[in-house]
Design a protein around this ligand. Structure first.
Ligand code: G6Q
Length: 548
């Protein structure tokens, strides 16, 4: 069992409150001018990744107190329990072992006394062998065509991870195979995807832990119909459909050959499942070697997380800073801004990771919490964001701590694109930190000074950012970055005394739609069993459909 400590009752919490009051009037600009060593003092280097924390509103005292908070909340004990397979997802009575899926240490990991590593390696071997057959053309469609299109059908944790990573690693895609991701039950998603595909050369991966999710099963049935409508015989399903699931019976009922089921386990949470056989689409799109390199990067980050002292532990410091801003600066939101267009779904991925894990208001004792927990997480790539929401980051009333993620080298060495991209990257964090004083604005205006405009051109600055600068966006580095953010979320949940690995809010959504669906199918447009707004909207839905 995880410790159940109310963080607000710790000594460090009270000290952090007082400390925040003391440093609130200080400007980051002054921190830098007073301390030429600030960059060296507030950074962590891990392999080729540099985490620059110096542009945050922190001092050495802040970090000391945050470290004390981690100790008082028994974070180290929680980490040890997670990695060793304890049942830390207590409301679902499960262990949480996505870290075992990328455990290349050679050490066993036990769940209820059984080492899970042999079964993990067995499934990895199955994924390797299958993806190699698809890529080499040994696996063919029912008419003998090579597979050219892989369509992953899944949603939430069974979609976002592989989709985001596939995009992030575009330069690593194998030639001759195109990956597609269908998730939304909106018929447009699958219809638009299938309209240009050839059934003979298309392979569907139906990815669903439960194999009962409404969206996924509806899309999978439409895909099966599309295949059969093309004239394929029933037996062709075995050549064009494979499944990733923990629910073998439901997979067999769908008509998928049990030979073509890729297993994973209840101790893999949906939003942490990209490392499991949910990554099968990635193996086929990137090749197994690249998938393994992605897993190995994550494993290296796991080791760093487990062993590095607080001062040198990137995920731990990221977690601590998030808590610092949310609980002591009253921050509600944080942004993730990758300066790499292929990472355009990275923020969306961790929006789920973070908000589904830590969007909780009941503590581990089942009591309502009286402090803030997980923030709103969002973001878009730079430089595009600069032409959109950056205005608010620079001059709005909200303080929004941002992570800027960039790479020194681009896989696309086109003229000076990378230098221009990164010039913006460095300039933005500098500007957010420094701001622009009234005097600087006036000096910049020279002779043509229009005093009325001065207040509009002043930038307060003092806006916190963390810069994560890596060498190149390869599979290993992307694996490390993902694992780093995962651990950040976990540590924050430990401090906030909440359960990060359940998602009762998502379960509710799944049930609600099932209740309304019969009212939409029925010919009767009058449904007084719902509230007046819902029944009024349902009545309009019926009316519109009879008109069209
Ligand atoms: C993730 C969530 C959720 C889940 C989807 C898909 O942690 O629980 O996003 O992954 O609802 O569930 P299935 O894989 O069971 O279809």
């Amino acid at each position: 069992m995880l410790a159940k400590i109310n963080p607000t009752s710790t000594k460090s919490w009270a000290k952090l409150k007082e400390h925040q009051r003391q440093i609130e009037p200080s400007h980051l600009r002054d921190f830098f001018s007073k301390d030429p060593k600030r960059f060296a003092d507030f950074q962590v280097s891990f392999d080729d990744i540099l985490f620059d924390f110096s542009k945050n509103r922190i001092t050495k005292e802040t970090m000391g107190l945050l470290k004390q908070l981690m100790e008082e909340c028994k974070v180290a004990d929680g980490i040890e329990k997670q990695f060793s397979g304890a049942t830390i997802n207590e409301t679902e009575n499960r262990a949480v072992l996505h870290t075992a899926l990328r455990n290349f240490s050679g050490n066993p990991v036990f769940v209820h006394g059984k080492d899970v590593m042999p079964q993990i390696f067995k499934v990895l071997e199955q994924m390797k062998s299958f993806s190699e057959k698809v890529i080499s053309g040994e696996w063919r469609g029912h008419t003998g065509s090579r597979i050219k299109s892989i369509v992953n059908i899944g949603i939430g944790g069974s979609d976002l991870g592989p989709m985001m990573v596939s995009e992030a690693l575009k330069p690593y895609h194998v030639s001759g195979i195109q990956g597609y991701f269908v998730s939304n039950v909106d018929g447009g998603d699958i219809a638009e995807t299938l309209k240009n595909l050839d059934p003979d050369s298309t392979l569907f991966i139906v990815a669903s832990k439960t194999f009962s999710t409404q969206e996924t099963m509806t899309n999978a049935r439409s895909a099966r119909k599309w295949l059969l409508d093309s004239g394929a015989p029933q037996g062709a399903i075995a050549k064009h459909f494979v499944a990733v699931s923990t629910n073998h019976q439901a997979v067999a009922d769908f008509g998928i050959d049990p030979e073509n089921v890729f297993e994973f386990w209840e101790w893999v949470g949906g939003r942490y499942s990209v490392w499991s056989s949910i990554g099968l689409s990635l193996c086929c799109i990137l090749g197994y070697e690249n998938f393994e390199s992605f897993l190995k990067g994550a494993h290296e980050m796991d080791e760093h997380f487990k062993t590095a002292p607080f001062e040198n532990n990137a995920p731990m410091i990221m977690a601590a800073l998030g808590i610092w801003y949310v609980n002591f600066w009253n921050v509600d939101s944080e942004a993730i801004i990758p300066y790499y267009q292929n990472m355009h779904r990275f923020a969306a991925y961790f929006q789920q990771g973070n908000m589904e894990s830590n969007g909780k208001s009941v503590d581990r004792n089942g009591k309502a919490v009286d402090y803030k927990t997980g923030p709103v997480v969002w973001g878009e790539p730079g430089t595009n964001g600069q032409h959109a929401f950056f205005q608010l980051l620079h001059q709005g009333k909200h303080m929004i701590p941002c992570d800027f993620i960039g790479f020194s080298n681009s896989p696309y060495p086109l003229s000076d694109h990378q230098q221009k991209l990164m010039a913006n990257f460095f300039a933005q964090t500098e500007a957010l930190m420094m701001g622009k004083t009234k005097e600087e604005v006036m000096a910049g205006m020279g002779e043509s000074i229009n005093k009325n405009l001065v207040p509009f051109k002043v930038f307060e600055g003092n806006r916190p950012t963390t810069t994560i600068l890596a060498n190149t966006p390869n599979p290993n580095t992307i694996g490390k970055l993902l694992a780093c953010y995962e651990h950040k979320i976990f540590v924050q949940g430990l401090v906030w005394n909440i359960f990060s690995y359940d998602q009762w809010g998502v379960e509710l959504g799944k049930q609600l739609a099932e209740k309304i669906l019969p009212a939409l199918d029925a010919s009767d447009s009058n449904h007084p069993q719902f509230d007046s707004s819902t029944s009024g909207l349902i009545a309009k839905f019926h009316k519109d459909r009879t008109k069209s």
